[in-house]
Design a binder for this molecule. Sequence first.
Ligand code: ZN
Length: 437
Amino acid sequence: MGVSKKKAGLAALGLGAALVSASAVSATDIKVIHAGELLAVPGEAAKANQTVVIEDGRIREVRDGFVAADTFGEAAKLIDLKDSFVMPGMMDMHVHIQGELGPDQYRETLQMSDEDRGMRSVMYANRTLKAGFTTVRDLGAEPQSVFALRKAAAQGWVDAPRIVAAGSSVAATGGHGDVDGMQHELLEKFTSKTICDGADDCLRAVRYAVKFGADVIKITATGGVLSDTNTGTGQQMTDEELKTIMDAAHALGRKVAAHAHAAEGINAALRAGVDSIEHGSYADKESIRLFKKNGAYLVPTLLAGHTVVNMAKTSNFMSEDIKAKAIRVGGDMIENFKRSYQSGVKIAYGTDSGVSRHGTNAQEAVLMHEAGMSAMDILKSATVNAADLIDMSDSLGTIEAGKFADIIAMDDSPLEDIKELLDVDFVMKGGKTVKNQ
Ligand SMILES: [Zn+2]
C-alpha cells in the first residue's frame, strides 16, 4: 500500500496535519534490488537479471528482468547489484559469540565481567554479520548476556545476526561443558546451573535453561577436544540422561543440539532423538543409519578441527592433553565428514566460531569443498538446511515472497569458485543494508 492511500484514508477520517505527517514517517519502506545473478533458492538453478522487491524488511516479490524501481512507488530505492551474484544470507549453526580461543582465555574468565564480555560480543557479532552471516546459532555462552545480544539484534539496537541461543550447556559434572583448568574454589564459583547428573537432575537442568531463555538445548554427549580433564572423547552422558533431556526439551518446544565426537556417544544421542549432532567426528555405519532414520542433521565444524590442529602445532598455550586430542580429532574429522556426506546424511553449516576467529565463518565452506562437498550443497547447508534445522523455513533460507530480506552479494558466483564466499561485498539483514562496498 502506498503513502498516498494512507494519507487519503486519514484525511477522510478528519484527522489533523500532524497525524498525517506522522504517518508519512512510518510509510512503507520499499527497496528494489537488481541482481545480475540471483540464487533465490539454493538447490535450484541461479537466474540472470532478476529484480527483488523488499517491503518493510521482507521480500515482497521476485520478478524476471530489471524492473524500474519507481514501478513500486516513487519512494522505492534502487540497490544496483547488476554486476553481482546475489543469494540468501548465510546461517552458521554453531558459534560461541562471546569469546575467541587463545592464550588469554583463562585470564579473561577471571578478569572480564559478563557485561564486558557482552559488549565485546557485539563486535564479534558485527564481524560475523559483515562476513555475510545473517543468522547464527550460539551453542554455549554466558546465558543472560547472549540473550541480551539476541534481543539487541532483533530490536535493531545493534547490527548483529539474528541469534538463536542455548545459553550454558546441559552437561555432566566433570565432563565437556563443565568448567576446568582452575583452582578448586574457582571451579565451584563458575559451575553453571545446567550441569547435571542423573535423569531427574538433567530434567531440572533442561527446564531451568528454558525458563531463563534458551531457544535450543545444547548438550555435551561426549568428551571434547578443549576440555582439560584428560577424559577423552567418549560418551559422557548416560542413555537415560540423554533420553530424559530430549523428551524434556521437546515437550517444551525446544530442539536439542548434541556435541559428540566418539561413535557410541553420537549413536546414543541419535537413539535418544537428538535433532543435530555437532562435530560428529567419529560417526560410524550405525551413526549414518540413525542419522538417516531420524532425519537428524550433522553440523560438521571442520573449521574448528582445522583451527585447533594449527594451534596445537604452532602455539604453546594448550596443555599436552589438549594438544594431543586436537591433532588426533582435528585430523580425523575430515574423513568422517566425507563419509557422512557421501552417505546422504543431512548437513547444516556450522563452524564453532570462537574456536576460530569471528568473521572467518566462510572458511568452513572452503574446507567442506576440499572434502568433496559440491558448492551447491554447501550453499544449501548454509541456508535452506540451516533454516530447517531451527524450524524457521517459513521466514529464512531463501529469497521468496514473505521471507525476511536477509540477502548477500559478491562479485562472482561461489558455485564457480567457493572462495567467493570469503569476500562478501553486500549484506542486508531484514531489509537494512549493513554493508555495501
Ligand atoms: Zn562449540
